[in-house]
Design a protein around this ligand. Structure first.
Ligand code: LLP
Length: 420
C-alpha cells in the first residue's frame, strides 16, 4: 500500500494534488510520500519483532538526505558502499556504530574514513581487502570489526545484472575460501571477527533463495565454531522485491518467517539491508508531455524526463507503470514513452498501453523511489531534477533542481588553451 491515489480524478500524494506541486516546482521531479516511507520501514522492522536485529537501510536505493534523516529517526542503521554514502549517512544523523560497509572496491581513504568513525562492520569481499583493512587499522591504532561476505552460489532468479550471489559474480568469497579467510582474519592483529554476511541479489520474488543462502551460511558458522571462531552478527543483505507490474513477491512477514527460526536458535544478531522494498513504491517521477509524434506504425509520447533521470527501463528493460496525473481523458493508446535524449534506448515505457496523453499533460512514472534518482546523471548536460517530499497536506522541496551553473562547477580551462 502506498499513498499515491486518485481523489476526484486527480492523482494525489497523501493529501496534496500532484498537479499543484508540478505547477509550483516545475517538471520533471521525484515525489516521495513520507507516510509510505515510514510505513514501509516500520512494517519491515516489525516483521522481525522478537529477534535481536538491526535493519540497515541500503543507501544506494535512495540517499536523499531527507529520507536518510527520516530512517535515522525511526531507528534504522545504514548499509553503505562508499565513503560518499558514509558522509551522507553521518550528516543525516546515523550513528557510525549502526553502519555496515559492503563493496568489492573499498579505497584506502574510504577504509580510513570508516575506521576513524568507528562503523559497526566492514563486509569484506576479498583476502586482499582484508589485509589492507588490517594494515590501515594498525596504522590508525584501531581494531576493525569485520564480516566476510560469503558468496553462497544460489540463484536468486532475478535479472542477471542484479544477481550477486552466483559463483560467476564478482561479489563475496565462496564458502570454502571464506573458511580459510576467517582463519586468517582471526590471526590478524588489528581485525576482530564480528559477523558473516551475504547479499544474493535484488528484486527477488520468492523466499527459497534466501533460505538456501541462510542454510549455506549456517554451515559455515558451525564449521567456524568448531575451530573456535565465534560469529556474533549474521547479515542477510537486502534483495526483497516489490510489485512494479504483476510480480507477487513475498511481503516482509513471509520473508521474516522464512529466516528467523534459524537465527532464533543461535545467539546471533540479525542484520538486514533492505533498500527497494522500503523506498521503491514510496516515490514517483512526475514528467510533463512535450509532444506527440506518430511514426510509421508507432506512436511516441515525448516527455521531459529521460533515461538520464530514470535509467532502469533502458538499463534493465524494467517496467514502471505510467499513470495520468489527471484521469479525465478517456482514450487509450499504445505508445512508447520516450525522453529527449539522443539514444534509441531513451524510453521510460516501451510499446505500452497507456492513457492518451498530449502536450502539456502530466504523467506519473510509478515505483520510482528506489534506484531512480540515485542512478540519474547529467548526460547530455541535462539538469538533475528536484526531489519533493509530501507529509499529509504539506510538501517540501528536499533537493533543488540543478541550474546551468551547477553543470560546470569545478571545471576549469587550462591556461595553455589561451584566454581568447
Ligand atoms: N546490500 C548490498 C550489499 C547490496 O549490494 C544491495 C543492492 C542491497 C543491500 C539492497 O538491495 P535491495 O534490498 O534494494 O534489493 N540498480 C538495480 C539494483 C541494484 C542493487 C544493488 N545492490 C535496480 O535498479 O534494480
Amino acid at each position: 500500500m502506498h499513498h499515491f491515489q486518485y481523489k476526484q480524478d486527480e492523482l494525489h500524494c497523501e493529501d496534496v494534488p500532484v498537479r499543484e506541486i508540478a505547477d509550483q516546482v516545475g517538471t520533471p521531479f521525484y515525489l516521495y510520500s513520507h507516510a509510505t516511507l515510514k510505513r514501509h520501514f516500520l512494517m519491515f522492522d516489525k516483521a522481525f519483532e522478537g529477534v535481536s536485529r538491526l535493519v540497515c537501510f541500503s543507501a544506494k536505493a535512495n540517499s536523499c538526505m531527507a529520507i536518510l534523516k527520516l530512517f535515522a529517526t525511526l531507528g534504522s542503521g545504514l548499509d553503505i558502499v562508499s565513503g560518499g554514502e558514509l558522509f551522507r549517512g553521518l550528516r543525516a544523523g546515523f550513528s557510525p556504530d549502526r553502519v555496515v560497509y559492503s563493496g568489492v572496491g573499498k579505497r584506502v581513504d574510504e577504509i580510513d574514513f570508516a575506521l576513524e568513525q568507528g562503523i559497526l562492520m566492514f563486509n569484506v569481499e576479498s583476502m586482499e581487502e582484508l589485509e589492507v583493512i588490517d594494515q590501515r587499522a594498525g596504522a590508525l591504532g584501531k581494531t576493525a570489526p569485520v564480516a566476510i561476505r560469503v558468496n553462497p552460489d544460489v540463484d536468486p532468479k532475478t535479472h542477471p545484472y542484479i544477481s550477486t550471489g552466483l559463483k560467476k559474480n564478482k561479489f563475496g568469497i565462496d564458502t570454502e575460501t571464506a573458511f580459510q579467510t576467517y582463519k586468517a582474519a582471526d590471526k590478524m592483529r588489528h581485525i576482530r571477527v564480528e559477523g558473516i554476511d551475504c547479499h544474493i541479489g535484488s528484486q527477488i520474488s520468492e523466499v527459497s533463495p534466501f533460505k538456501d543462502a541462510m542454510q549455506n551460511l549456517m554451515g559455515l558458522v558451525d564449521a567456524l565454531a568448531e575451530v573456535g571462531i565465534k560469529i556474533s552478527c549474521l547479515d542477510m543483505g537486502g534483495g526483497l522485491g516489490i510489485t512494479y507490474h504483476d510480480e507477487t513477491p513475498p511481503g516482509p512477514d513471509e520473508y521474516a518467517r522464512a529466516i528467523v527460526d534459524t537465527v532464533k536458535k543461535r545467539p546471533l544478531k540479525l542484520i538486514l539491508e533492505p533498500g527497494r522494498v522500503i523506498v521503491g513504491n514510496a516515490g514517483i517521477l512526475v514528467t510533463r508531455v512535450l509532444y506527440r509524434k506518430s511514426g510509421k506504425g508507432k506512436e511516441f509520447v515525448i516527455a521531459d524526463a529521460g533515461m538520464n533521470d530514470l535509467l532502469r527501463p533502458s538499463l534493465y528493460g524494467a517496467f514502471h507503470a505510467v499513470k495520468p496525473v489527471n484521469l479525465t481523458g478517456t482514450g487509450v493508446i499504445r505508445a512508447d514513452l520516450v525522453g529527449p535524449i539522443c539514444e534509441s534506448s531513451d524510453f521510460l515505457a516501451s510499446d505500452r498501453e497507456m492513457a492518451d496523453a498530449v502536450g502539456g499533460d502530466l504523467l506519473a512514472v510509478m515505483s520510482a523511489g528506489a534506484y531512480a534518482y540515485t542512478m540519474s546523471s547529467n548526460y547530455c548536460s541535462r539538469l538533475k531534477v528536484s526531489e519533493v517530499m509530501v507529509k499529509d497536506g504539506d510538501y517540501h522541496v528536499v533537493k533543488e533542481r540543478q541550474q546551468y551553473e551547477d553543470l560546470i562547477r569545478g571545471e576549469s580551462v587550462p591556461p595553455f588553451l589561451g584566454t581568447d
